[in-house]
Design a protein around this ligand. Sequence first.
Ligand code: HEC
Ligand code: HEC
Ligand code: HEC
Length: 445
Amino acid sequence: MSKPAIVGSVVIAALVGGAIAAFAVAWRPAIGAIEPPASRSFDPALVKRGRDLAAIGNCNDCHTAPGGKAFAGGVPVPTPFGAVYSSNITPDPETGIGRWSEAAFRRAMRSGVDRAGHHLYPTFPYDHFTNVTDEDDQALYAFLMTRSPVRASDHPNDLSFPFNQRFLIAGWKLLFLKKGTYKADSSQSAEWNRGAYLVDGLAHCGACHTPRNGLGAEEASASFSGADVDNWHAYAINAQSRSPLPWTKDSLFHYLRYGWDADHGTARGPMAKVAANLSSVPESDVRAIAFYMTSVFGTPAPGRPGPANDKSAQAAAGDQAGASIYQAACASCHESDRPLPYSGIDLRLSTALSAPDPRNAANVILSGIRPVSGERSPIMPGFANNMTDDQLVALLKYLRSRFSTQPAWSGIEQTVRNARQTETVSLQTSPGTVSAPGSTQRDKP
Ligand code: HEC
Ligand code: HEC
Ligand code: HEC
């Protein structure tokens, strides 16, 4: 054999060996199809528990298209590598999970593998759902298998090579998937443990609030320190919080349960959906999440923003354009003494204005806060049609310098352009029935 031929066969052998190794790691057996179980074979109490768990897990956010049939999938979930479309998780036997056994469902939740043995993208947050107990998976399964079956084939993903190769997900899992159900910390209370189990597992709060590395995995060393999602910033919800007033157990409970809090304002964008789901689950679970999160917030980091003094009198001459827009368009609500949540909060308390970038503030000002139909709810008009980009930039500069103790933002012009263009800006307060209670008092535990 000539030298190049030897080199060639070594390379080929290495490639074949590599492919076999990759296959061995990547390969998962199919789990046999079952006859779709009859709805009535499931205990209604189990189905009800599954319903609450599904709300805590936000299954509807990703698996129900706006205006589409419940859990029929087809929702593009954006990733830095392209969109992954969610699956139909109704019990349709041909296009949904009707022929999945409970074991197949549990394997998907724990290890991100579908019934046929294909690896699933971690866009489906199984890196969190892997924590879920057998009993809770059983309840979720009972809930999903008793939904109306919908015939809807899966939508192909928009991923470029090599990210469209599912076997590569096996390598991702070796690096980043820490399997194992929740282990209680015996030095903590039952409520704390319940909260930790939900926050790190089913509720997957870190999926939005923890920054990710270049391969799309959450950085464990930076848990909850703030990250970007759908053109929103999911704020730091740990000691690095930018909220001018520290979050407490009560304010967290109120915000998560009702979608707003008197000291912190309204949950918008992706967080509005989270709060809407939490408005309907057992109150004790939301209290447990709030309780655990206070220990994640811990002691505020030194140098965190506090509420600004009212600097309106000294507003610099350069801020004049912004100041007059604020006086004309905003002050009447944000400085009124109407009760919350119907007026806007004192903007010195706004995390949006103390945040590392102006994107959430720009989103709110452009789109406003829409009323929730059939409810008394906070309303703010959107200014997209009556403010130019230059006016919005001047306004944001002014708001930052007057209402925050933080240094001036950079790149406001670009943020404003992005906020105008984005189609994913979804603004709403919680559509749940309890999002705007008649009483504006924060209820005490
Ligand atoms: C952040 C978005 C998101 C959330 C939240 C989410 N999913 Fe998914 N899910 C997806 C995506 C995207 C896929 C498709 C992954 C793929 O094709 O590799 C998926 C796939 C699945 C599958 C595999 C179905 C199949 O036919 O292969 C199951 C089962 C599933 N999800 C169940 C759930 C349940 C139960 C919940 C709530 C507890 C949930 N998902 C919450 C995005 C999500
Ligand atoms: C789908 C993404 C997503 C998920 C999941 C999510 N959040 Fe958020 N969260 C956001 C975004 C975006 C914001 C900013 C919303 C705004 O500007 O109104 C936010 C805001 C918050 C705030 C307000 C912080 C402040 O200082 O104003 C808290 C507290 C919070 N989230 C807690 C949680 C908890 C606890 C969970 C899990 C139960 C969770 N979030 C799950 C996206 C998410
Ligand atoms: C009709 C009354 C109304 C007007 C006018 C109004 N707002 Fe609001 N605004 C609200 C309400 C209600 C909310 C939701 C409660 C909250 O979060 O403060 C809100 C929320 C906000 C927030 C989010 C605060 C946070 O972090 O939670 C910002 C920023 C804001 N408004 C800025 C403005 C600016 C700038 C203007 C003028 C261009 C303006 N608003 C005009 C009523 C109003």
